[in-house]
Design a protein around this ligand. Structure first.
Ligand code: FAD
Length: 434
């Protein structure tokens, strides 16, 4: 009997160490260095100084970049163990950086490992794995995100070079990145899924122009780390093509699946944090002669939140298990399902936690408003909820067939008649109870 919900004691010891280390050493960074881009700013001397000993400690514990397989210097934990790790790291915006597994670099490293040439790996992958540089994934355009058929950014071959022209929007961390992975159409005469390619573009390439930085809601206009980029006659050597010509979509899928499940794992941590705050508040705040925890509607908030969290967590772990087992088809469906659920569960639980905190919950003096802003991000980044629901629905429908004839297979008059014919000898004295 292989189903099991227990963690091996040796691995639990590592999780316990991480839990303590993140609480005592890493979460204070979130409070002291609050700019949303700070964990990506490798040039900042202060950030380097405060994180260096922490990263060294993580390496000493053998927990650096634990999303990686052994061929890339990781421990090859697999997704299920990674889920338990990310449930801890997700509490902190700095923790993924301190543990060498932050998005989008983790996904970018994955595609470089799969598709990069030895020279590309030496130039881009190794420093990324070492945490010395950060990278950017530049795919979404101002006029199109979820539907790539609307993409316009082009790359044309010119001798030994490719020349990129077009615009990209929400290219996160482009301001800190040493290089960008850019999707561009190389053959407009075939469907975009076969006609787009990926390029490695060093950040200082002439023609890569950061037109504007967008931030998330709450950040002042003009501040933020999601770049609106104009590629204007941006010329890179032919060797900077990543994978083959026309392979952009296969490459993107390699990274997006992993990215989505890792976000979901970290969302478990955020939902837990919101539930913890909700319970603490409910047990502390008094109104009409009693604490909120004794009001039935607040109890319902807490029960519903707990149930949603546990259901979500199990779905995340089950999805991780499918990935580890190499069940590709199931993994695709379950990743889409988890992607949908993470925004919904985060929405419901943070909304309730915020509500029981009253004005304080709405304020900028609790982490709740910050968590609230991550709700739409989880429902949009890496593909909108609606698109993932389509994936789930198609996969579910593919397991079913239409019925033949006029009546459904479960049509009672026919099924009952069949069953009665089968058991006729026992039913001859029974009243007809159809
Ligand atoms: C915090 C954050 C970071 C990001 N970082 C990056 C990055 O680093 N690199 C990058 O390239 N992109 C990045 N993105 C962009 C992200 O990938 C896109 O936002 C996403 O693909 C959706 O595209 P869009 O925003 O253009 O929305 P659209 O494609 O315009 O969709 C808008 C809405 O239309 C509806 N919709 C869309 N398609 C369908 C459908 N088939 N059926 C029904 N309804 C539909 C949905 O409600 C959807 O939310 C980031 C986004 C966020 C929020």
């Amino acid at each position: 009997m292989a189903w099991d919900f227990e963690t091996e004691p040796e691995f639990q010891a590592k999780l316990d160490w991480m839990d303590r280390f993140v609480r005592e050493e890493v979460e204070p960074l979130d409070l002291a260095f609050r700019d949303s881009g700070a964990p990506y700013d490798r040039k900042n001397a202060v950030y380097r100084k405060v994180t260096a000993p922490l990263k060294a400690e993580v390496r000493k514990q053998g927990l650096w970049a634990c999303h990686l397989g052994p061929e890339l210097g990781g421990l090859g934990y697999g997704q299920l163990k990674l889920a338990l790790i990310n449930e801890i790291l997700g509490r902190s915006t700095w923790a993924p950086t301190v543990f060498g597994c932050q998005a989008p670099d983790s996904g970018n490293a994955e595609i470089l490992a799969h598709y990069g040439t030895p020279a590309q790996k030496a130039t881009y992958l190794q420093p990324l794995l070492d945490g010395d540089i950060v990278s950017c994934f530049s795919m979404t355009e101002p006029q199109a995100g979820a539907d790539p058929r609307e993409f316009r950014c082009r790359a044309r071959r010119d001798g030994d070079h490719w020349v990129l022209d077009g615009e990209k929007y929400f290219s996160s961390n482009a301001d800190f990145a040493s290089f960008l992975i850019v999707m561009a159409i190389t053959n407009p005469d075939v469907p975009v899924h076969q006609g787009a390619s990926m390029f490695l573009v060093p950040r200082d390439t002439p023609g890569l122009n950061l037109a504007r930085m967008a931030g998330l809601g709450g950040e002042p206009l003009g501040h933020g780390h999601h770049a609106y980029i104009r590629y204007e006659n941006c010329r890179v050597p032919a060797d900077n093509l990543l994978g083959g010509e026309g392979q952009a979509f296969a490459i993107a899928q390699t990274r997006l699946g992993g990215g989505r499940i890792h976000h979901a794992m970290r969302t478990v941590a955020m939902v837990r944090k919101a539930l913890r705050m909700m319970c603490e508040r409910a047990l502390s705040r008094r109104t009409q002669g009693d604490v909120l925890a004794n009001k039935q509607m607040v109890q319902q908030y807490i029960a519903d939140s707990f149930i949603q969290l546990e259901q979500f967590r199990l779905l995340v772990l089950y999805t991780a298990w499918h990935i580890d087992k190499g069940h590709k088809k199931e993994a695709r469906t379950y990743i889409a399902a988890v992607k949908v659920q993470m925004a919904d569960v985060l929405h419901d639980v943070v909304r309730r936690a915020l509500q029981v905190h009253g004005a304080l919950g709405c304020s900028n003096e609790m982490p709740l408003a910050g968590l609230w802003m991550t709700v739409p991000v989880m429902g949009i980044a890496d593909g909108p909820t609606e698109v993932h629901k389509l994936t789930v629905a198609k996969a579910v429908l593919a397991q079913h067939k239409p019925y033949e004839g006029v009546w459904p297979n479960d049509f009672l008059p026919e099924r009952v008649a069949e069953a009665k014919a089968r058991f006729a000898k026992y039913l001859e004295h029974e009243a007809d109870n159809l």
